[in-house]
Design a protein around this ligand. Structure first.
Ligand code: SF4
Length: 474
């Protein structure tokens, strides 16, 4: 993990997928717009694979969607269906070979795959496949899935995917395109989102409903955990394959990752964040003059807190939206400057005020301490930091980059010690029970708060030996 990517001290997004089956329409361009809407889920690489039912054309590269695709590229991507992907590297290194979609030639022709999530048994599968002669072009778990699928190529694509689901463990929302079929599948726990949309006769599969809105499609429903949906010339067919596991969709989609205008598994993200802010006001009432947010992900929770507490919401921190993805930060001085480039305190709003600052989470605490210092320098007389989620105590093995356990500040310090490190007058986290109460449900994965991993952990991961932080549950 390059340090500059930790500038905002947040867990990092995983990936976004978008697929469309629409004979006669400009599927590449619709996918391009869909990926634009999903750009927040991954900014390192982007790609689109287009199929005419036999041949698959692929264009992918490092960079934002707007950087990877030009008009000249899009007009040459012709077909009746397409899948697209935006990526932040959760497994495998950050290079174009690992960018997705992946395209392969297998026994039945060409196949393309786009994956959001992380498998937990990648190493075991790679070892078994390697011993049986598989060769790998990338270091991603997604290529392992393709190889498992290819082992069942004597079956139909949907049957192969059903068999593949028995072998692969962990988190996956997948799009697979081969022959005349576009398939979508969500792992049995439903860690990562995937929804179905319709645009006239065309079917769409997307990580978030905001991508459907962007192309003018209607939301149909979410793909259920453990379900395969198949789209072809007959329309959409559902195969509820592995539906007995406990639903455990990722709580962090609501806290931070997903766009506020998306609705996932029946909960609108903006509504969820507002409820968290309202609940936070009940758990941590503070006598203060103004409520401000760390924009953008803290904004809706701050509005909820302000509404529930009766304290005015003000724009105390202004976000520069034109900052590129990376900075060169060789010295501490430049790292401090980088935070100021991204977030600037509004002195007129803050001077002489007792301030409640709402953020969605703290990972390492480094950015929070700089922000508190900036608010004081801008004239705030008190700074109370309120977090609209519980302390992050455990790494994620299901497709989110949270940092190694020892780098999570809450594993090394208690709340009072974190407050002292950050330099706030007070620090409050939303309780786990309060989070469940705010959302009105308890069927979410909360492993990064609790250490209770619904699908176990990998034997090893990018964070080292994973079982140590997984209670040995594999
Ligand atoms: S461990 Fe945390 S970030 Fe990962 S899927 Fe579970 S809730 Fe989401």
């Amino acid at each position: 993990m390059s340090e500059e990517l930790w500038l905002d001290d947040k867990p990092h997004e995983e990936c976004g997928v978008f697929g469309i089956y629409a004979p006669g329409q400009d599927v590449a361009r619709l996918t391009y717009y869909g990926l634009y809407a999903l750009q927040h889920r991954g900014q390192e690489s982007a790609g689109i694979a287009v199929s005419d039912g036999e041949h698959i054309q692929l264009h992918k590269n490092m960079g934002l969607v707007s950087e990877v695709f030009s008009e000249a590229v899009l007009v040459n991507l012709k077909g009746k269906m397409a899948i697209g992907h935006v990526r932040y590297s959760t497994t495998g290194s950050s290079n174009v070979a690992n960018a997705q979609p992946l395209v392969f030639r297998y026994f039945n022709g060409m196949l393309s795959l786009a994956h959001n999530g992380n498998l937990t048994n990648t190493e075991e599968l790679r070892d078994t496949l390697g011993r049986n002669g598989s060769v790998f072009q990338t270091t991603t778990d997604s290529e392992v899935i393709v190889n498992v699928l290819a082992r069942y190529s004597q079956n139909s694509l949907e049957e192969a995917l059903m068999k593949c689901m028995i072998d692969i463990k962990g988190a996956y929302s997948l799009l697979v395109m081969a022959g005349d079929k576009l398939l979508g599948v969500r792992d049995p726990h439903g860690f990562r989102p995937l929804c179905i949309g319709k645009l006239k006769d065309a079917y769409i599969l997307a990580s978030e409903s905001c991508a459907l809105d962007t192309i003018g499609a209607q939301f149909v429903r979410d793909v259920e955990p453990g379900e395969i949906v198949m789209i072809d010339h007959n329309g959409l067919t559902s195969f509820p394959v592995m539906t007995s596991a406990k639903r455990s969709s990722c709580i962090f989609e609501y806290i931070y990752f997903a766009r506020p205008d998306s609705t996932i598994d029946g909960l609108n993200v903006s509504w969820a964040r507002r409820q968290m802010g309202i609940q936070l006001a009940q758990e941590a009432p503070i006598d203060a003059d103004i409520v401000i947010a760390v924009p953008d992900s803290g904004t809706v929770a701050a509005l909820g807190y302000a509404a529930a507490s009766g304290i005015a919401f003000e724009e105390g921190l202004m976000k520069n939206r034109y900052i590129g993805r990376t900075f060169i930060q060789p010295t501490q001085e430049l790292r401090d400057l980088a935070v100021r480039l991204k977030l600037n305190p509004n002195q007129t709003v803050l001077r002489g005020k007792r301030v409640i600052m709402i953020d969605d989470s703290i990972v390492r605490g480094t950015t929070s301490s700089k922000l508190v210092q900036m608010l004081r320098e801008a004239g705030a007389t008190e700074v109370h930091l309120l977090i609209s989620s519980p302390p992050v105590l455990h790494p994620c093995y299901y497709g989110i980059d949270t940092a190694e356990r020892e780098k999570l500040i809450a594993t090394r310090k208690n709340v009072e010690e974190i407050r002292a490190f950050i330099g706030a007058d007070s620090l409050h986290y939303l309780s786990q029970a309060g989070m469940e109460k705010a959302l009105g449900r308890s069927d979410q994965c909360m492993a990064c708060f609790t250490g209770d991993y619904p699908a176990g952990c990998p034997k090893t991961s990018q964070y080292g030996v994973a079982q140590e932080s997984c209670g040995g549950k594999v």
